[in-house]
Each structure stands twice: as C-alpha cells, then as structure tokens.
Design a protein around this ligand. Structure first.
Ligand SMILES: Nc1nc2c(c(=O)[nH]1)N[C@H]1C(S)=C(S)[C@@H](COP(=O)(O)OP(=O)(O)OC[C@H]3O[C@@H](n4cnc5c(=O)[nH]c(N)nc54)[C@H](O)[C@@H]3O)O[C@H]1N2
Ligand SMILES: Nc1nc2c(c(=O)[nH]1)N[C@H]1C(S)=C(S)[C@@H](COP(=O)(O)OP(=O)(O)OC[C@H]3O[C@@H](n4cnc5c(=O)[nH]c(N)nc54)[C@H](O)[C@@H]3O)O[C@H]1N2
Ligand code: SF4
Ligand SMILES: [Mo]
Length: 663
C-alpha cells in the first residue's frame, strides 16, 4: 500500500518541502509539497533526483576497506576500529596536527553530521581543520564577525518586500539562492518587478537571473570592489546618505575616507561598466523606498572577497537599508547558531595563513600534506567532501592525498577524493535520518523552522552519521586517552532545544512559518565596526593590482548539478552536454577557433581539455566553465596561491588562462 510522506529537501539552501509517495521500501514519486507555507509546492529537478540517490546501486551501503588497489566490504566494528587505529597511530607518533580534517558542503545540510563533527574535532585537537567554507562563504562570515560581532549575523536580503535589488556575482534562478534561503526564488524575483520594483544584475555572464532582471551589466571579473566603492562615493558626494542609527556606528568616517579616491569614472575604466550607469545605479539605490545589495559566490570566491562583502554591508548601511524591511535583515532562528567566531588564533605552518572560526584556508591543505617538517599532515579524515574536485589545484591535492599514510572518508560514494581512502564509512541515506535544518532555517528570508522524522529507520547493517561519528570519536578518545561525550541524534538535539514546543514542531510536518524578518540587528549589537583594520588595508592592495589582459576563467552552476556529486542520476545528466567552455565570438576568432572545437586550457597548475561553445552571453575576455566534473575539472587549473589575502578564501573566479586548439 502506498503512503504519502512530507520532508524538507536537504540538497541545497532552498530547503523546499517535498511530498513523497512511498511503496514499501521504494520511493514511487517526489513532487513539491504544496502545503509547505514557505516553498509552496516548488521543486527543482534535483529534489526529484533524491530518489535516484536513495535507490542508487552505486551508493555505498557498507564500509569498504582498501587493500592496495582493491576494495573489500567490512563490518562496522572492523571498519571503525581500523579507522580509529590508523588515525591514532599517526597522532601518537607525530602529534595532534598530523591528522587533518576536511568537512564538505553536505555536512551542513545534514544535522546528524553537523551536530557531531565538533566532538570529533575536539578529540583530534588538530590545528589542521579545513572545510568548504574557504572555497565559499568565508568572507561573509568574517565580515559579519568583524562588523556585527558574530560570524552568523549575516544580513539576508528581504526580497519579498524590497523595491530594488542589486545582485552581484550570484545566479539565484539556477542556484536557488545562497545565504538567502528562498524557495521558489524565481517567482519571488519576478514579484519584485510586478510590484513596480527593479532588479539589476552585475555579472561577467548574462545569466539565467540576468535574463529575468530589469537590467544586466557585464563586469570584468574581480573588479566589483571598484564598482562598490564608486557607488558609495557617488551616494556620499551627492548628499544622498541616509544613516538610520549613527550612535551605533564606529569608524564610518575612516571607512569612507579610505575609499574616497574611487569615483564613477575611474571605476568605469576598471570594471568596464559605463560611468553614467554607475551613477544611475547609485541614485536608484539611494532613492528607492527600500533596496538591498546582495553579492554571493562571484563576489566572495575571488581575490577581493572580504573587501567586497564589507563594501556591500557599507552600501546597505549608508542607504538606510541595513536592518530595515525590504533591505537586509538578520533572522531570529528557533535554534540560534552557536560559535561567535574567531580569527588568527593560529597560522598555517607552511604559508602562514590565518585561522578563522577554528579552520585554516583549504587552499593550504595540499602543501600541509606535502611539505615535510614538524606538524606535517600524515593522516586525514574527510566528511561529506570531495576536495580534489572542489578546491584549488586539485591535481596537487590528489598527489597529496595519494601520499597520505592514512585517510578515512565518511561518504556515501567512492569518488575522486574517497578513492584514496584506506577506509570509507558510508552513512545511511539521508531519507533514513531525522532532519532539522539548523543552518538554512537561520539564513532564510522568513523565520521558518521544520523537523521531519526519518521516512524509514536505517537497516540493521547500516549506521546513521551520528553513530559513525560517535563511535569513531569514542574509539579515538579511548586510544588517545582523551575524554569524549556520547554522540547526540538529531531528534535528541532538537528536542532539547525546543523543550515543550517540540511536539508542536514534530506534528507540523510541512514546517512552521514564524513570520517575516524583523529589524533587530541594531538592537542586538552594542555597536557596528564600519572599519575593520585588515579590510581597510586591503583597499590599497586592490588599488595597486595590475589589470590582467589575459583571458579570465569564471564558473557557473546548472540547475541539474550539485557541486561534484549528483552526476550518477540519469534524470539529471541526460540530454545535451552542459560542461562546455563558454567563449565570446571575438575571442574565438582571435584564437582562430570555432564553436565546438576541442581546446586545451592551460595555467601554472594544470591543463584541461574540453569543447568550446560560442556565445555572447559571456563578455569578451571571459571564459566560463562549471566545476565538479572529473573528466575536465575546473580546479585542475585554479591556483592555490590565488586567494583573497584577508581571509585566505580561494580565488576560484577570475583565473588567468591560456587557450589553444587541442591536438
Ligand atoms: N571552481 C569552483 N570550485 C568550487 C566552487 C565554484 O563555484 N567554482 N564552489 C565551491 C563551493 S560554493 C562549495 S560549497 C564546494 C563544495 O565542496 P565539497 O563539499 O568538497 O564538494 P561536494 O561536491 O559538495 O562533495 C560532497 C561530498 O559529500 C558526499 N555526500 C553527499 N551526501 C552526503 C551525506 O549525506 N553524508 C555524507 N557523509 N556524505 C555525503 C558526496 O558523495 C560527495 O563526495 O565547492 C567549491 N568549489
Ligand atoms: N543547481 C545548483 N544549485 C546550487 C549549487 C549547485 O552546484 N548547483 N551549489 C550550491 C552552493 S554550494 C552554493 S555556495 C550556491 C552558490 O550560489 P550562487 O552564488 O548564486 O551561484 P553561482 O551560480 O556560482 O553564481 C555566481 C555568479 O558569479 C558570477 N561571477 C564570477 N566571477 C565574478 C566576478 O568577479 N564578479 C561578479 N560580479 N560576478 C562574478 C558567475 O558568472 C555566476 O553567475 O549555489 C548552491 N546551489
Ligand atoms: S531547489 Fe534545492 S531544496 Fe528545492 S528541490 Fe531543488 S535541490 Fe531541493
Ligand atoms: Mo557552497
């Protein structure tokens, strides 16, 4: 007999409600949950493909131990004991820092992992903790920490009420929103325009979001800081600033003085955007009854990520849109995110890059493995991550991983990274877990909350994430004589946080809408630091950069990809190929290439062979490739030395490349 269950999708930040038809242990169909008050029935192709992942025969169902080049299945007892032994041996011989940890993106979407990884990290006590944060949103967290006193006090664009949205380096129509949990984001964006508002997109590619926006302007990669400074200066020079709570601000004059040299004309030369356009955007931003500037991966995963995020905050602030309805607002999550943040409590051994929030920049991971001396990494744990495809200079990282003495991977697949593991520990399917989205409830455009119980319990031969992490942590603790606490399941943790409101939450299977975001940031903080010293110093680095005249490579996402790991779903991969290098006709003819030609793309770190596709959707001088594909991995040509120097976040967009015909 079939039954219907409701469940939040945990694949991307949009957290759509799903309605699943279940027959025994099979999923018959998945569609959007029309009764979810937040997502209102929206679903994307990946949400449907959750069933392919769940039923995929290639998904690991039991632990695997590698012996040379072959793999054998192992029991849970044997595999976790083997993992703990291998790690403990390295730590006992070489010290705590000799074992590193890398935490990947799905860990954030999976509370059994999220709640229990910190325990594992505590027992390891290694300085070598890395995650996908430093190939993603690290600049946002650092700026929130420095300006607002907490790394997760990240103001979210209030897109349901705004009259003017300026988007830089984000493609929410495809990515479904990021640091802006907004299911059905396309309809929400269209609604801005049907209310008489406006959306302006700044992007080196005419994206799917640009296609539905009111206006789109090409920008030379990694020059956004010039545009943002010029917008601020135009608003200031024309007397259009509107500061709502001056008594709460520290250092605003110092901040404005530091960037005062950048006017619209100078910014036009640097960015390629007409000076009159810049002045016009500045006036529109300042005059709109509400407006918000939003910048995402294109502005943070580049050389000036932290500078950009700071300028975006300043722009919202001086136009009176910080902490105002229709502007940028902080959430009031049902379970607040812990860990206020930290910076530079230690440095990486080889390149001296600063720690933030307990982690080192992942751009430094390979060298920490490959460079001998005290503190060299000899063992690693990866949890829900595929850094060989997702972090810079993947080839070097591959050599590094191949040289490790011991690697443990907690992952549901054998892939480019986990194939180097000595042992893979695969958790049960995410649909067999209870689910509570700690992080994305806290980054949503409304205050929302949702708990869903597992659709099925795990099989006898399977283990939940918290069980794997709990046992591994406990065994390691025993071998190293370190204290450990038992792992906590998602239900236990959420029950403890909600107390007597837990039953109400549990029964609300479509999720609870707790209303729109409310102004609260100014009241929450004692003051706002408008002039974090390290960011002010970075203005000079921006001003002194040489303009590159090579071709610059940028990334893109597709509705049917999810970073590196959903390529096994036929539903998502069928149809025309989507991994070509996009190139402008002028650049093609300059290099005597034609649409469909095979090309080689070279950088200091490596070479990729792929096919070019002619399009004027990218600006001249810019080429565009998606990441996450094994056969032509973007990060084989990205450079671990190209970083945002303030945060250490990788500069994966704006990579100078050389292209020629493949032979
Ligand atoms: N060039 C370039 N590189 C990029 C980016 C870019 O825009 N351009 N984007 C960056 C960004 S934003 C991110 S977030 C990173 C992502 O970087 P990573 O997190 O390193 O990579 P993913 O591809 O998300 O890999 C996820 C891994 O988790 C496994 N997995 C999936 N579900 C589960 C689960 O429930 N439990 C466990 N244990 N494992 C699971 C998958 O099998 C896969 O191995 O990539 C970054 N890399
Ligand atoms: N379908 C799908 N959805 C996803 C993911 C996925 O892999 N597939 N990944 C998820 C993850 S982990 C994340 S973090 C989010 C990311 O969410 P988004 O940030 O919205 O994702 P992107 O599509 O990478 O958008 C980045 C944009 O920046 C532009 N860009 C590149 N360089 C520059 C620059 O120098 N300046 C400016 N102004 N723009 C630039 C690119 O052309 C691109 O359009 O998406 C999430 N959603
Ligand atoms: S948009 Fe994101 S959350 Fe919604 S169904 Fe697609 S992958 Fe899942
Ligand atoms: Mo990400």
């Amino acid at each position: 007999m079939q039954r219907t269950v409701f469940r939040a999708c945990n694949l991307c930040e949009a957290i759509c409600g799903l309605e699943l038809q279940i027959d025994g242990d099979r999923i018959v169909s998945i569609r959007g949950d029309a009764q979810d008050p937040f997502s209102r029935g929206h679903i994307c192709p990946k949400g449907v493909a959750l069933m392919d992942i769940h039923h995929d025969e290639g998904r690991l169902r039991c632990p695997a131990i590698r012996e040379g080049n072959s793999w054998r299945d192992a029991s849970w007892n044997e595999a976790i004991e083997y993992a703990a032994d291998g790690l403990a041996r390295v730590i006992q011989r070489d010290g705590n820092d000799a074992v590193g940890l890398y935490i990947g993106n799905p860990a954030v979407h999976n509370s059994g992992t999220l709640f229990n990884v910190p325990q594992l990290a505590r027992v390891l006590s290694s300085r070598n903790v890395f995650s996908a944060t430093s190939v993603d949103q690290l600049p946002h967290q650092l700026i929130a920490f420095w300006m607002y006193g907490h790394q997760f006090r990240i103001p979210i664009p209030d897109i349901d009420r705004t009259r003017y949205l300026l988007i830089l380096g984000a493609n929410p129509v495809v990515s479904n929103g990021s640091l802006m949990t907004a299911p059905d984001v396309k309809r929400r964006l269209l609604a801005i325009q049907s209310r008489g508002g406006k959306i302006v997109v700044i992007d080196p590619r005419r994206t799917e979001t640009a296609d539905i926006a009111s206006e789109h302007f090409f920008i030379k990669p990694a020059t956004d800081a010039a545009l943002l400074m010029a917008l601020i200066n135009t608003i200031r020079d024309e007397g259009r600033m509107r500061i709502s709570r001056p008594e709460k601000l520290r250092g605003l004059d110092a901040a404005l003085n530091t960037i005062a040299h950048m006017n619209a004309d100078r910014a036009a030369t640097i960015t390629g955007i007409d000076a009159n356009v810049i002045r016009c955007i500045a006036r529109e931003l300042a005059n709109a009854s509400s407006a918000v500037v939003y910048g995402r991966v294109g502005t943070s995963l580049q050389s000036f990520g932290t500078l950009n995020q700071w300028l975006i905050q300043l722009l919202n602030l001086i136009t009176g849109n910080l902490d105002r309805e229709g502007g940028a607002l902080v959430t009031t999550p049902a379970i607040p995110l812990q860990r206020r943040g930290s910076f530079d409590r230690w440095r990486s051994r080889v390149r001296n890059l600063p720690e933030s929030n307990g982690e080192l920049p992942v751009a430094a991971l390979a060298e920490e493995i490959l460079t001998p001396s005290d503190g060299q990494i000899r063992g690693m744990i990866t949890v829900a991550g595929n850094p060989i495809l997702s972090t810079p200079n993947g080839r070097q990282l591959e050599r590094a991983f191949a040289s490790l003495e011991f690697l443990v991977s907690i992952d549901i697949y054998r892939n480019d990274t986990t194939q180097h593991a000595n042992v893979i520990l695969p958790p049960a399917s995410s649909l067999q877990h209870d689910h509570y989205d700690l992080v994305f409830n806290a980054l949503a455009i409304r205050n929302v909350t949702r708990f869903n119980e597992a659709i099925w319990p795990r099989g006898e031969d399977e283990r939940y994430d918290h069980e794997i992490l709990g046992t591994l942590t406990h065994l390691l603790g025993t071998k190293l004589d370190r204290e450990t606490k038992p792992a906590r399941s998602t239900a236990q943790t959420v029950r403890a946080a909600f107390g007597d409101r837990f039953e109400e939450l549990r029964n609300a299977t479509h999720g609870l809408d707790l209303g729109p975001l409310k102004p609260s940031l100014f009241d929450e903080v004692e003051s706002i630091d408008c002039a974090p010293p390290l960011v002010l110093n970075d203005v000079a680095r921006f001003s002194s950069q040489q303009s590159a005249n090579e071709l610059l490579l940028i990334g893109r996402r597709d509705l049917r990809n999810n970073n590196s790991w959903m390529h096994r779903s036929h539903r998502l991969t069928k149809g025309p190929r989507r991994d070509q290098l996009l190139m402008h006709p002028d650049d093609l003819s300059r290099l005597a290439l034609r649409d469909g030609d095979a090309i080689e793309m070279h950088t200091r770190t490596g070479v990729i062979t792929t096919i070019v596709q002619e399009t004027d959707d990218v600006m001249p001088g810019v080429v565009c490739l998606p990441h996450g594909f094994s056969h032509a991995s973007y990060n084989d040509v990205s450079d671990e030395h190209a970083i945002d120097e303030v945060s250490g976040n990788a500069a994966l967009n704006g990579v100078p490349v050389t292209i020629r015909a493949a032979h």
